[in-house]
Ligand binder design. Structure first.
Ligand SMILES: *[C@@H]1O[C@H](CO)[C@@H](O)[C@H](O)[C@H]1NC(C)=O
Ligand SMILES: *[C@@H]1O[C@H](CO)[C@@H](O)[C@H](O)[C@H]1NC(C)=O
Ligand SMILES: *[C@@H]1O[C@H](CO)[C@@H](O)[C@H](O)[C@H]1NC(C)=O
Ligand SMILES: *[C@@H]1O[C@H](CO)[C@@H](O)[C@H](O)[C@H]1NC(C)=O
Ligand SMILES: *[C@@H]1O[C@H](CO)[C@@H](O)[C@H](O)[C@H]1NC(C)=O
Ligand SMILES: *[C@@H]1O[C@H](CO)[C@@H](O)[C@H](O)[C@H]1NC(C)=O
Ligand SMILES: *[C@@H]1O[C@H](CO)[C@@H](O)[C@H](O)[C@H]1NC(C)=O
Ligand SMILES: *[C@@H]1O[C@H](CO)[C@@H](O)[C@H](O)[C@H]1NC(C)=O
Ligand SMILES: *[C@@H]1O[C@H](CO)[C@@H](O)[C@H](O)[C@H]1NC(C)=O
Ligand SMILES: *[C@@H]1O[C@H](CO)[C@@H](O)[C@H](O)[C@H]1NC(C)=O
Ligand SMILES: *[C@@H]1O[C@H](CO)[C@@H](O)[C@H](O)[C@H]1NC(C)=O
Ligand SMILES: CC(=O)N[C@H]1CO[C@H](CO)[C@@H](O)[C@@H]1O
Length: 818
């Protein structure tokens, strides 16, 4: 039994249960067709027959049919009804008297009549047919019965026309009939019509192999003879392409655009199959154009900023992929991105590829970009001529030009632009130059390379003065020179080298040999550049050597010859003799010279000094020289008595003792004293003496001095007597001692008297003598000049009075002069 039938039965049971509620006697419709309704009821005890009365429901009293059944019958059919009409069926349980024991009524309609065949069947798609039929009045629904030769059978309930029959097999012929149904049940199926589903939709897959084409392919659709592909860019008309292949390449499309594609298959009958799903396919993006590359720096890291143009309006998100053949990439969704961390001197071939969901487009044409050059290496400086420094470096690839930066340690800075590998700059001695070189090309400048320090040689000192501070020491002074840390001072003669290393601008070179020419070079040095060996030499001779072996050879009392050994190449020698009267000197270029005009009585310190253009030697060792003592200037001989003289003399320089001699043929007197006088006896009167003296120095040097001769006084007369003469006169008488005139003097208490005797005479007279007096009587010779000898002896005479006249003359004795 089909499912539909069971449904009808259950429906009828539901109705029966409704009717039984009234009386316990229940009736139900067992089945209904368009002309017949089978009613069923429950047996009722006591009933002898059952009667079914039928009336249209809308006129219940107008019974149109009756049917009577025996007591054992619980089901009975009523035929000859009209199709598709609502009836009320009344079942009565009758007893023998035809009295209704129980009544049950039930409403039911007859089923519809068989329907007209389906008017039209057309395929909606490969799995759906659309059926169009004439609806039937009062049909509550329709059943469409679908079957085919493969045993497919299905009934779909539809409510109206047209109706879609779904879930069919594509490209399959079905025969379809339709049944109308109302509450009573379905009608008989109509005669069937055939319908055929169309070809199923192709299963598309698509891709965009390039930015102007799309490939669409699909699995072959069975029974398909041709395919139509419709493609349309969003917002524009579609175009149709036919093919019998299962793939199609559509070219000439716009890049980066979204296309909507659908494909239909055509069957042999020329029917268009079900269209495939619309698929969206985007073409690959257009090739970026005008790729520009530049260097960007971020925190000292250089990158390449790559930018490009997108000329067209494109659909959907695009990812740009920038790639350098140096394994650098960057991605961007905008029109630029930066390749990170590029190095110097790299050659990048850069391509930009745009990708969208279809895949990557054509890479842009390769853009060759050379990064900034690498820093030049191996800097070296050559000082070709003084003041001309050339810094040189190794050229680097891809550099167009170079700029050398030269910083001097005084703060000044210079640059030099060149396209070659070297650069000459003005460099001064004694400075440190720090240099570095940048290389340039269109992409920019290189990073700073390793800087080079170059210190020029220190400057030669200026104002070098070399002076000999002593015979074996040269003092060298100079003004400090730029860049010098230490000075190496070198003095060299033919054989020896003497060095002095110091930071001070002065150096004393000592222990040099005398009388040599030294070549003095002050070499400034510093620790970086070494020593400047090009400084000018200064020659300086040392002072002459000290004269040796001094010898003094007195030539006479006032002149001395000094000689020595010289040992100098050329020198003037100066002998100096220094004493209390000053300095005496002589100069020569030989080895001996005389010092003259030396005064008597002096002591000298004699030394020799050699002098040359280089200076003065040390004085030789000193020798001392003593001249003869001086003779006293004045020497006076004073006769004290007839026989004794007092010799005295003035001071004599240098004399320590004196030996004085009075010499005559008649006698000789001598005295040796340290005093400046001496008494000498044994003098004979009236004698000419020569006076000589020897002055003797401490050391025994003697000098002989001669003086004017000394004549002793004339001899005093002897035998002086006094005689009384007439007329109160006295006669003085003597024995003449000399041939001089003589004078006789009488000195008394009261009166003094004098008389003179001519030479040769030996008496004279004195008149008018005062008597009574004692007279000192002295007769003394008169010198030629008229002076009288003073030390002649006196005699005392008393001249007594004889009255007023001279009495006796009495000799009273002798007395020498006090
Ligand atoms: C496209 O179809 C042709 C013919 O059927 C076939 O030869 C070709 O290989 C197909 N191409 C692709 C990409 O499937
Ligand atoms: C790029 O990378 C590949 C693989 O790592 C390597 O073989 C190649 O040498 C690299 N090229 C350059 C230029 O660094
Ligand atoms: C860029 O995108 C490609 C593809 O998606 C990926 O392979 C690559 O790693 C990305 N590169 C960078 C630097 O993000
Ligand atoms: C440097 O050299 C140039 C060319 O040789 C010369 O003309 C110039 O005078 C020099 N300068 C010095 C400071 O020597
Ligand atoms: C070197 O070139 C740079 C850039 O061209 C310029 O700025 C600079 O003045 C130039 N220097 C000299 C010394 O010519
Ligand atoms: C220095 O540069 C000049 C050009 O400026 C070039 O002629 C010369 O050869 C270079 N010298 C050296 C030693 O490279
Ligand atoms: C160069 O000189 C500077 C200053 O004198 C110093 O700081 C630096 O260390 C030096 N560099 C070299 C490489 O000698
Ligand atoms: C001075 O210095 C130089 C170089 O530093 C050295 O050769 C020499 O021996 C030194 N001389 C003295 C006297 O110290
Ligand atoms: C020595 O003195 C003379 C005269 O003054 C002078 O001409 C000469 O040059 C001097 N000789 C030396 C070596 O000094
Ligand atoms: C030496 O005698 C003269 C003349 O008699 C005198 O003028 C002089 O002063 C005397 N000189 C000395 C040193 O006594
Ligand atoms: C005599 O001479 C002495 C000595 O010459 C003298 O002192 C005295 O006065 C003199 N008498 C008279 C009277 O002139
Ligand atoms: C004895 C003697 O010779 N007397 C002489 C001393 O000197 C004087 C002057 O020179 C002479 O006149 C004496 O004859």
């Amino acid at each position: 039994m089909s499912a539909m039938k069971w449904l009808v039965i259950l429906f009828l049971l539901g109705v029966c249960l409704q009717a039984a509620a009234q009386s316990g006697f229940q009736a139900s419709v067992f089945a209904a067709t368009s002309r017949t309704v089978i009613v069923r009821w429950t047996g009722y005890s006591g009933a002898t027959s059952y009667k079914i009365s039928v009336a249209p429901r809308n006129s219940p009293n107008n019974f149109i049919a009756f049917a009577t059944f025996g007591p054992n019958t619980v089901m009975g059919s009523v035929t000859s009804l009209s199709e598709n009409v609502e009836y009320t069926f009344t079942v009565e349980a009758l007893d023998d008297s035809q009295t209704a024991l129980a009544t049950a009524s039930i409403d039911s309609s007859t089923a519809p009549d068989e329907m007209e065949p389906i008017q039209r069947v057309k395929p909606k798609d490969s799995r759906t047919l659309i059926v169009v039929f004439n609806p039937k009045a009062r049909a509550t629904q329709y059943v469409i019965r679908i079957q085919n030769s493969d045993g497919f059978f299905r009934e779909d309930t539809v409510s109206s026309s047209p109706a879609e029959i779904e879930s069919l097999t594509p490209y399959t012929e079905y025969s379809l009939s339709i049944l109308a149904e109302n509450s009573a049940g379905p009608s008989q199926p109509s005669s069937s019509v055939t319908g055929k589903t169309v070809l199923p939709p192709p299963q598309l897959s698509s891709s965009s192999p390039s930015n102007d084409s799309i490939i669409v392919s699909w699995a072959p659709v069975t029974h398909a003879v041709q395919y139509s592909l419709s493609i349309s860019k969003l917002g524009s008309n579609s175009s149709i392409h036919n093919t019998s292949n299962t793939n199609m390449t559509i070219s000439g499309l716009d890049a980066g655009s979204l296309y909507v594609i659908q494909v239909f298959a055509w069957d042999t009958e020329g029917r268009k199959g079900e269209g495939s799903l619309h698929i969206n396919q985007i073409t690959r993006p257009p090739t970026p154009s005008s790729v520009r590359v530049s260097v960007v720096k971020n925190n000292h890291v250089a990158g390449l900023s790559v930018s490009w143009n997108i000329d067209q309006v494109v659909h959907g998100p695009i990812m740009y992929h920038v790639m350098s053949d140096q394994n650098l990439t960057c991605n961007s969704t905008s029109s630029s991105c930066t390749l990170p961390a590029v190095g110097c001197g790299e050659v990048h071939t850069i391509q930009v590829t745009a990708s969208n969901e279809a895949g990557p487009g054509h890479p842009s044409s390769p853009e060759v970009f050379i990064t900034f050059p690498c820093p030049p290496q191996s800097l070296a400086v050559v000082e070709s001529t003084e003041g001309n420094c050339t810094v040189r470096w190794e050229t680097v690839p891809h550099a167009d030009s170079y700029t050398a930066f030269i910083k001097k340690n005084d703060g000044s800075e210079g640059t030099c632009n060149t396209t070659s590998n070297n650069c000459t700059f003005h460099c001064q001695c004694g400075y440190t130059y720090v240099m570095f070189v940048l290389a340039f090309n269109e992409a920019g400048g290189s990073p700073e390379g390793q800087p080079l320090n170059y210190t020029t040689l220190p400057c030669c000192p200026e104002n070098v003065s070399v002076s000999s501070v002593s015979t074996d020491t040269l003092e060298i002074m100079w003004t400090a020179s730029q860049g010098a840390d230490v000075y190496e001072t070198r003095a060299a003669d033919t054989s020896e080298v003497i060095l002095c290393n110091d930071t001070a601008p002065v150096c004393a070179l000592s222990d040099l040999s005398c009388d040599r020419e030294y070549t003095v070079v002050v070499t400034p040095c510093n620790e970086f550049s070494g020593c400047n060996r090009a400084c000018r030499a200064h020659t300086k001779g040392t002072a002459p050597c000290m004269p040796m072996n001094l010898m003094l050879n007195p030539k006479n009392s006032s002149c001395i010859s000094v000689s020595w050994t010289g040992n100098n190449r050329a020198a003037n020698y100066t002998v100096t003799a220094g004493g209390d009267d000053g300095i005496h000197s002589c100069t020569t270029s030989g080895t001996t010279c005389d010092i003259t005009d030396l005064p008597c009585g002096s002591t000298y310190q004699v030394s020799v000094t050699a002098t040359s253009a280089a200076g003065q030697s040390l004085p030789s060792y000193t020798d001392s020289l003593e001249t003869e003592p001086c003779c006293p200037m004045n020497l006076t001989v004073d006769q004290v008595t007839q026989a004794m003289t007092n010799v005295s003399w003035s001071h004599a320089k240098g004399a320590h003792s004196f030996i004085t001699s009075l010499t005559s043929p008649r006698g000789h007197a001598r005295c040796h004293t340290q005093d400046s006088h001496c008494l000498m006896g044994c003098i004979t009167c009236g004698t000419n003496y020569t006076v000589t003296m020897e002055a003797v120095s401490h050391s025994g040097h003697k000098s002989s001095c001669t003086y004017q001769g000394f004549s002793s006084s004339a001899c005093c007369p002897s035998g002086v007597r006094l005689y009384r003469m007439a007329s109160n006169s006295l006669r003085v008488f003597w024995r003449s001692g000399s041939s001089h005139s003589s004078v006789a003097e009488l000195v008394g208490i009261i009166n003094n008297y004098t008389c003179t005797a001519s030479p040769g005479e030996n008496s004279c007279d004195i008149g008018n003598i005062q008597c009574g007096d004692v007279y000192h009587v002295v007769v003394a010779p008169l010198t030629a000049e008229g002076s009288k000898v003073l030390f002649c002896p006196q005699r005392f005479y008393s001249v007594t009075c004889s009255g007023s006249k001279v009495g006796t003359v009495i000799y009273r004795g002798k007395r020498s002069v006090d």
